[in-house]
Design a protein around this ligand. Structure first.
Ligand SMILES: C[S@@+](CC[C@H](N)C(=O)[O-])C[C@H]1O[C@@H](n2cnc3c(N)ncnc32)[C@H](O)[C@@H]1O
Length: 269
């Protein structure tokens, strides 16, 4: 499956991931602690992008821990190294989560955020991930559902942006409601029933997460244009965040980011 954001240039994509992380990292940090990451653990972060979750995991397992972030994109791995370097605490490698070829086994935990949503067979990737966890270790995933209303009261502008993003995900076969299905993905991968949590960035005015949707729309617009997904030419490319916020403020004011489902369990000992 083509990564849906492939047509965005890597500098823009790296910045989009960093901006997105500002909204999601507090949720992911809580999830990792709930899942049982603790000092001294060795952790594998699959689909690490530019390393935001790798860095959160490194904080959770310090002192004495070590986190390897893998991504199939050379450019993402180079971006992660540029931001965080390879050190005693973190290390980045190019690898495909479908196979994890060349990646050692026996990790205390395997984690990932917003990666199963982008693979053709999430169950197979989770099974491969679990195969790299030591008996009794943790497997923990943080995945979105984007198929609910993104504003307190949807408007034509919000509907257009939402429809364009979801149509782009559908076009490449990405799973825009994967978070909601994480429980069955764990079961189908042969894992025991996971514990779960669901949180979302939410706010209005200065704490609105509209920037995340605006960034995603801007990054996906080249794909929409190339595959013929309907684009309303009156939707601004510059200032879309402000336009979405103004539109929300004129109605209910509430803006909702991706619903982030966390699921974790232990691999049988
Ligand atoms: C939405 S980004 C999330 C990055 C990071 N986990 C975060 O939350 O900031 C998804 C990442 O998964 C990577 N990816 C997609 N399919 C992959 C695969 N089969 N193996 C490894 N990485 C993959 C993409 O290259 C991209 O960097």
């Amino acid at each position: 499956m083509t990564y849906v954001f492939t047509e965005a240039d890597i500098t823009t994509e790296a910045q989009r991931l960093r901006d997105q992380s500002a909204a999601l990292d507090p949720l992911t940090a809580r999830l990792l602690r709930s899942a049982g990451l603790e000092p001294g653990m060795r952790v594998l972060d699959i689909g690490c992008g530019v390393g935001s979750v790798t860095a959160l995991a490194a904080e959770a397992v310090a002192p004495g821990g070590h986190v390897i972030g893998i991504d199939r994109s050379d450019e993402a791995v180079a971006g992660a190294r540029a931001l965080l370097g390879d050190s005693n605490d973190v290390e980045f490698r190019v690898a495909d989560a479908n196979e994890l070829d060349g990646i050692e086994k026996g990790f205390d935990a395997v984690i990932g955020r917003m990666v199963l949503v982008h693979v053709p067979d999430p169950v197979a990737v989770l099974r491969t991930a679990a195969d790299h966890v030591r008996p009794g270790g943790v497997i923990c995933m943080h995945e979105p559902d984007m198929t609910y209303a993104w504003t307190g009261r949807p408007t034509p502008l919000w509907n257009h942006v939402r429809d364009g993003i979801l149509a782009s995900f559908d076009h490449v076969g990405a799973h825009s409601r994967l978070g909601r299905n994480l429980f069955s993905v764990f079961r189908d991968a042969g894992l025991s029933d996971p514990e779960q949590i669901m949180e979302a960035p939410v706010g209005g005015g200065s704490s609105s997460p509209a920037f995340g949707w605006a960034n995603a729309y801007a990054a996906l617009r080249p794909l929409m244009e190339s595959v013929g997904i309907d684009i309303d030419e009156t939707v601004p490319t510059e200032g879309l965040t402000e336009a979405l916020d103004a539109d929300a403020a004129a109605h209910s004011g509430t803006v909702i980011g991706p619903l982030m489902y966390g699921a974790w369990t232990r691999v049988p000992g």
